[in-house]
Design a binder for this molecule. Structure first.
Ligand code: UD1
Ligand code: CA
Length: 471
């Protein structure tokens, strides 16, 4: 039998499309940057929304972009790759106008359209799954996710009649004072039947205090057409709160940080001496029995093995530590790797793909850039190692400098196994010191040193006595 072309697919059989609104500048952030690019736990806000969207396995994730479109697109693609498609809203004329920008792509898709805001980062995928289920089961043209807030200022309020039936959403700025007291607010998360959404959106007018096309006018229009509109009240207000100001961003950051650290303590067996003064990014992982002192920041995709001890004032960014690593106070470790049983600091700086092999030690006021330090080798004091490859069991004396830059190019230094570099040696790169060799204190090494060889710089000469007497 031929399928009746007028027979619409039932909601439960319709596919899912997600539409994320992310074109706004976010005036209340008072920033030159688009709001959805501001970071929470080291990740752009939009990343969290994309993650939640992707977990629903939609047919497509459409993202409406405008302000800083290229950067927003990059952030989205980093998270969901080509599962996203972008729609440009050239002028930001309101949330209704933003959805309208996707009309051509969505109107005929016969899908359930889940609308999300790019500035609501804490939304859980479970919540969205339940919400979509409710929408599909009820056959409504529109389902709104609402929450109750003690302080509903700034949001759209859900207006109901005496019988508690939904009537409309009224924005804070357009509400009369009674309506402003309504604690049930619109989360900005909706499910729509695609075709009905656009049929109603067409009739939205910018006749409000902000002169904008409000998406929030659509439910009322659908109701007046005799369509069914449902409101689903969600219990956790935090989860669906939007971020509009930097103060709110800081509140969310605090909350996220506390949750991350709590989880690490309770489930991960990590000790924090002062959880309220420790920063751990959303993406870092820490092994059990790590001990984290106050004023430590572990940023980006850093990983720490088991039983690491990180003392105060240290920052670790996108770096990897093995097991039993001891990072003493005030170190900066960026894009680097520290093997098991290493010690670093105090006041050491590792950067640009530096690698410390197991049991290496880097000490006080040592900077290591783009270098590899072999097993059991040590550089304990006041040293710069750049573009260097250092073998095993080698000792680098205090004050050693790899003179790696001639003003134009960076040159490599190679120091083989079992070498002793005397204090204050200048290694003028490119240069190689062969295995088992020794440089005397103060040597300026400008040519390669063969293995098992002693080299010495020009020693100071006693010139004359400066003062009479014997003191
Ligand atoms: C919106 C809702 C409000 C709800 C609140 C929940 C409207 C009119 N109001 O208000 O009822 O309580 O969210 O957080 O929808 N955007 C665009 N293009 C535009 C305007 C906005 O893409 O022209 C995007 C923004 O980038 C943002 C999202 O839409 O990601 C929401 O916009 P925002 O200005 O934050 O809306 P609210 O005033 O918070
Ligand atoms: Ca908002």
């Amino acid at each position: 039998m031929d399928k009746d072309p007028l027979l619409q697919t039932r909601p439960q059989d319709q596919s899912l499309d997600v539409l994320i609104l992310a074109a706004g500048l976010g005036t209340r952030m008072k920033s030159a940057r688009a709001k959805v690019l501001h970071e929470l736990g080291g990740l752009p806000l939009i990343t969290y929304v994309c993650r939640a969207a992707a977990s629903l396995n939609p047919k497509k994730i459409y993202v409406v972009v405008g302000h800083e479109a290229a950067d927003v697109e990059r952030a989205v693609e980093t998270e969901v790759g080509d599962r996203a498609e972008f729609v440009t809203q050239s002028e930001q004329r309101g949330t209704g106008d933003a959805v309208m920008a996707a009309r051509k792509l969505l109107e005929d898709s016969e899908s359930v359209v889940l609308v999300l805001s790019g500035d609501v980062p804490l939304i859980h995928s479970e919540t969205l799954k339940n919400f979509i289920e409710k929408h599909r089961a009820s056959g409504a043209a529109c389902t709104i996710l609402s929450v109750r807030l003690e302080n509903p200022t700034g949001y759209g309020h859900i207006v109901r009649d005496e019988g508690s039936q939904f009537i409309r959403i009224v924005e804070q700025k357009d509400a009369i004072s009674e309506e402003q007291q309504i604690k049930e607010i619109n989360s900005g998360i909706y499910c729509f039947a695609s075709r009905k959404l656009f049929a109603a959106l067409e009739r939205v007018k910018p006749t409000n205090k902000q002169g904008e096309y409000y998406l929030t006018d659509v439910p009322q229009i659908l109701l007046s057409d005799g369509e069914k509109v449902d409101v689903y009240l969600h219990g956790d207000a935090r989860e669906v709160s939007g971020i509009n100001t930097r103060a709110e961003l800081a509140e969310f950051e605090n909350l996220r940080r506390r949750n991350t650290i709590r989880k690490l303590m309770v489930e991960g067996g990590v000790t924090f001496l002062d959880p309220s003064h420790t920063y751990i990014s959303a993406e870092a992982t820490l092994g059990k029995d790590c001990i984290i002192y106050p004023d430590v920041a572990i940023e980006g995709k850093s990983t720490l093995g088991d039983s690491c001890e990180i003392r105060s004032g240290t920052r670790i960014t996108n770096s990897h530590l093995g097991n039993d690593v001891f990072i003493k106070d005030h170190c900066v470790i960026i894009d680097s790797e520290v093997g098991s049983n290493c010690a670093v600091g105090p006041f050491a700086h590792l950067r640009m793909n530096t690698v410390l092999e197991d049991t290496a030690i880097v000490g006080n006021f040592v900077e290591v850039k783009k270098s590899r330090i072999g097993r059991g080798s040590k550089s304990m004091h006041l040293t710069y190692l750049g573009d260097a490859t250092i073998g095993e069991r080698t000792n680098i004396g205090a004050g050693t400098v790899t003179c790696n830059y001639d003003g134009k190019t960076k040159h490599p230094t190679i120091i083989e196994d079992d070498v002793r570099i005397g204090s204050d040696t200048m290694l003028v790169a490119p240069v190689r010191v062969g295995r088992g060799s020794v440089t005397a204190a103060g040597s300026v090494v400008t040519e390669d040193v063969p293995p098992d060889t002693l080299v010495a710089g020009v020693p100071a000469v006693v010139k004359k006595k400066l003062k009479n007497g014997d003191g």
